[in-house]
Design a protein around this ligand. Structure first.
Ligand SMILES: N=c1c2ncn([C@@H]3O[C@H](COP(=O)(O)OP(=O)(O)OP(=O)(O)O)[C@@H](O)[C@H]3O)c2ncn1[C@@H]1O[C@H](COP(=O)(O)O)[C@@H](O)[C@H]1O
Length: 143
């Protein structure tokens, strides 16, 4: 089912130019994607990829997060070992790394939405940590 068949998506009906414009505003694309993910909760289970994963439940969503995590690790290893290849090959390996990371981020956002959280909660946590040394932050987690 296309976005046109999900009226709750609103701006997702826009053409590919919108997708290109969103790349220049990284928080905007997360906001728009979260809005689509939230809307899919009311969609029939077999009407889209996201609706299908919601209907299959948390274990299936987490299985996808795990798969995408593994695929991201493999892409990172391939990119590192291909660094001395020709530039066209390095470009391809970088593209694979970015693509797998996008899959991972997407499925993490889906897991967050399924559990009543959103990317904004994660951004707030990153903002809270910003400027705090990793060692100090780790120590602050200890009871
Ligand atoms: N950003 C994404 C996105 N990134 C990755 N994917 C899907 O995530 C899946 C990645 O899993 P795999 O690489 O394992 O591919 P697969 O073999 O097809 O998956 P399986 O059959 O193994 O489950 C692919 O089906 C991708 O299409 C995404 N699907 C949807 N979105 C966004 O979510 C919106 C809603 O999607 P629908 O619910 O499908 O309309 C879309 O408009 C997009 O903005």
């Amino acid at each position: 089912m296309s976005d046109k068949e999900h009226p709750q998506d609103g701006a997702a009906d826009a053409d590919n130019d919108t997708g290109t414009a969103l790349v220049t505003d990284s928080s905007r694309v997360l906001i728009e994607l979260d809005r689509v993910l939230a809307g899919r909760k009311n969609a029939p289970p077999d009407s889209s990829y996201v609706a299908t994963l919601y209907s299959k439940g948390l274990n299936k969503i987490l299985e996808k997060v795990g798969e995408e995590c593994t695929e991201t690790i493999l892409a990172a290893k391939d990119l590192e070992s291909g660094q001395r290849s020709g530039s066209a090959e390095v470009d391809r390996l970088k593209h694979d790394m970015v693509s797998e990371t996008a899959d991972l981020w997407f499925h993490c956002m889906l897991a967050l939405q399924h559990l009543g959280c959103s990317h904004e909660d994660v951004l707030r946590e990153l903002a809270r940590r910003f400027g705090l040394s990793g060692i100090d932050e780790k120590n602050s987690r200890k009871p």
